[in-house]
Design a protein around this ligand. Sequence first.
Ligand code: AMP
Length: 693
Amino acid sequence: MRVGIDLGTTYCAIAYIDPKNGQAKVIKNSEGKPITPSVLYFGPDGSVLHGEEAKAYVEEGSERTANYFKYHMGDEDYCIFQNGREYTAVDLSAELLKGIVREAEEVSGENIRQAVITVPAYFSHFQRQATMKAGQQAGLEVLSIISEPTAAVFAYGIHGKGTDQTVLVYDLGGGTFDVTIARITEDEIEVLGTDGDHQLGGKDWDDALSNYLADQFLEEFDIDISADVEMNIMMQAIAENTKKQLSEKRSHKVTINYQGQKGVYEVTEGKFEEITAYNLNRTKDIIQKLLGELGMGWGEIDGVLLVGGSTRMKQVKDYLAGMCGRPPMQGVNVDEAVALGAAIRANIDLDGKIAEEKAGSQLFLGAAARKPSFSIAGAKRIRDATAHSMGMIAVNKEGTAYVNSIMVRKNSPIPAKVTKPYELGISRSKENRLEVYMLQGEEEKLANPPNCLVLGKYVFTGIQSGGERTEKINVTFAYDANNIVQVSAVQERTGQGLSLHIEPVEEDMGWVLEPPKGRQQEMSVLLAVDLSGSMAGKRLKEAKKAATSFVDQFDMDFTRIGLVNFSDNAILYQPLTRDKQLLSQKIQGWEIDQGGLGYGNEAEPFALASSTLKGCSQDVRYVVVLTDGYWYEEEEAVLLAQKCHREGIEVIALGFGSANKDFLDQIASRKDFASFTELSKLETALTGIARMM
Ligand code: AMP
């Protein structure tokens, strides 16, 4: 049997589709209740209890309990110790899921293996992943993770009241708040946008009330009950009960007995509203923000759907009725709506068609479901949306700062996919990796500590070198139908998918605030020019012009250039420098047989290049050779050039005049690093090389 599970902060519920009539129904727990407290108790004998039984231990003040762990989903640092072992939020959720599924199996007499689990719409990538993991750890095949408000829209659809209208789903549970705006037509639910705060829920109303009552007691008896842990637990229960009473009547009397003193306080509806106004206002702000983002106003909202136990509070209903101009829609139990919707979703595909068992053609629901006339009430095609933008750290257009470059915007329909090409410089000496810092959040300007959720450093490896200087990598960024981020990459030339692993990011991400040049790769370039006798005259003049333009192409903040002259000897005519003017003066001063260089082609520049560039192995290193004729010792030159290649020094060779193209191919470190040009095009060719570097 496929079920829908509402895994709430304070309560959970589980529902299925009744094969008799295609209606979603909640499976009551063994005590006959539709909802079960999200609480665990770890018995001294190693047993784990859940639900009402476990909650009874919380009320006793037992430390063997766990609750509110949904707050910590996705937080890898959170864990508690019980019965000698560690439990993360995922482990605790898995225990709870096991408990409620076992109980539902006992009550229904059916096997439960597959489930749709709901999460707040505002849940991040990590929180959704954690929920998926908890389900799997509990032995379930998690068909999908869907957002609670989206699930609720399905449930309201059952009653046929949701056709062709724009609705606002106000979902206030025990610990989370979500707001979703959806367009419902006869056969489709389209989520237009969603927002929320997963640290805001009914518990905040309880806390405000419990603090107020403690203040009253302190004022009257000068006794601080909030300092007593056990008393605090009791006060939570008293506050929650008072809050619930105030959903039914206009005032409620609270009695507090402590240290022989008895305080009796009348809490009116008005007082309750006053001391909790801050919380309600937080929900109002989030709604206004969402309406603003969608360019909508309250006037375009046809109705409000309520989800979550906390929407029973009168202040919530009053506020929504005031804004919408009509009372919230009725007819669905707010505690059950999410689980019912999840059960519908568990049994249909994204197109709203009845889902089939993966293994074969059998439908999931047993005999009744196989009848062709069968249909599921409330089933519709679904188009959900992203709750957060997905981006990556990139350099802005001006090259002046790192920014969050957004790939998939918040409120885009899911599944959503964007593919971006990357030109990756290929190194011979180091492993080639493509690193992408993935982010989830809205701020385009980065901050330290980060103002976005940093999903990690996604590292692609297995990039094959085909002898080209760069390789094109197509990276696909996607939100899958579960709103979970998926990133993959394919090397264009080979068509092969690259392997991906996710590395933790640096603890100090301060570099994101530095100008990008701090991380730009430094370059050391030696321009080696053949100054043999054949270069005399026009060739030398053109070479000077070309070399000057070549130097001009570089940003000397990141580049050092040196000059090697060779003929029968090779000399370091100008050591590496960032001084463009000096380089240009030295180039203008080139002469044949300068300093006894000779007239022939006896010498090669590679041995000198290797020793000169040895000290800067952190840089990208190049030797650019410009030559117009045959070299006498080609074989030795090739060997020494190859030694440069092995050392990670790239060799680029440009020939003209009577240079030997085959030889150039051999000394160049890559196929496309060797070229031949005419004298008239020397300047264009050499500046082209500079730009390619
Ligand atoms: P949920 O997580 O959706 O199950 O919501 C649970 C929250 O709803 C808890 O904070 C409960 O205290 C609150 N709640 C349940 N019933 C009522 C009620 N009648 N009036 C006000 N709050 C309620």
